[in-house]
Design a binder for this molecule. Sequence first.
Ligand SMILES: C[S@@+](CC[C@H](N)C(=O)[O-])C[C@H]1O[C@@H](n2cnc3c(N)ncnc32)[C@H](O)[C@@H]1O
Length: 323
Amino acid sequence: MSQRVTEVTAFLAEILTPRAPLTVIVDGGDHGAATRFAARLAAAFPPSARAWNVDAVLGLTGPSGGVLDSALNVLEPAADRVIVYLRSGPRGPAGVGERRAQVVIDNNDPQWPVIRELHPRLADPERWHLAESQAFFGPRAAGWDKKFGDDLPAYAEAVESAEPEPGDVVLDIGCGTGRALPALAAAVGPTGRVLGLDCTRNMLAEARAQGRDRSADLIQADARRLPLPDATAAVVFAAGLVHHLPDPAAGLAELARVTRPGGRLVLFHPSGRAALAARHGRTLTADEPLNSANLASLLDGAGWSLSRYEDDDDRFLALAVRL
Ligand SMILES: C[S@@+](CC[C@H](N)C(=O)[O-])C[C@H]1O[C@@H](n2cnc3c(N)ncnc32)[C@H](O)[C@@H]1O
């Protein structure tokens, strides 16, 4: 029995039990996986909060109009409804299933489910974000550079766009295996300082295994609560981080706090948003934080001014200046 399935279902049962009576609908591209997960979730509720569970009663979505949901009722009659979407198997059209869900779980490896989104009405992100991010990225750390290693020149180019200068203090937040660190170190030279921060221990271990601790000090830290004084950095680099944060506005404000006035922020990804979404079997929606209008207003509210925005097939790059 997978430890992760136990952890995730126990956590969901814990936060949902006080909301009973309710109906929990487990939705997903793979009906078998949804049914199995619903059964595990039902078993995780305490007996006093467990009424009955029914398989495939609602059939709200499904690419071919088929019945894909598994519903589990907790203490009928239900006054509330919570939809849990399992990312596994084929996705529904335009991610409809995900969009109507309050809980999104990456279940591509059913032994290793990870909560990726959870509506703040159900639980404060403080209760799940770090642990679930670490569970998501930890097992992926060892193979990260084998999978994405060809992107290093693109990282160097993105670093250059912020024009770091010799002697600068620069940060790579959510640095992962540290693919940007050598370029940052080369730009600031021996009188500068580079810090690579990430919440996932295995990612930092992999950065050390690649020798990137020669380019930077590596620190395990939460991007939402950086262990740094105000106005520390001339340049903050963040690749593939912001859309993983449960509250991007608060995350950008924390990055602003540690940046000096006039300092620059680089938000980067070595593929464009549409290409990345397609790789994950999604289409882009208007409410995503990195869409140009949303990002400009998020940055504005967080103490930055957006100065450049590119979203091409082969890179996403947004540059902002600290006000
Ligand atoms: C998509 S990876 C990108 C890694 C690296 N920047 C790169 O481009 O190869 C996102 C990284 O953000 C880290 N991360 C996610 N949430 C975080 C948080 N709250 N604080 C610090 N790091 C976080 C993950 O551990 C992971 O290493």
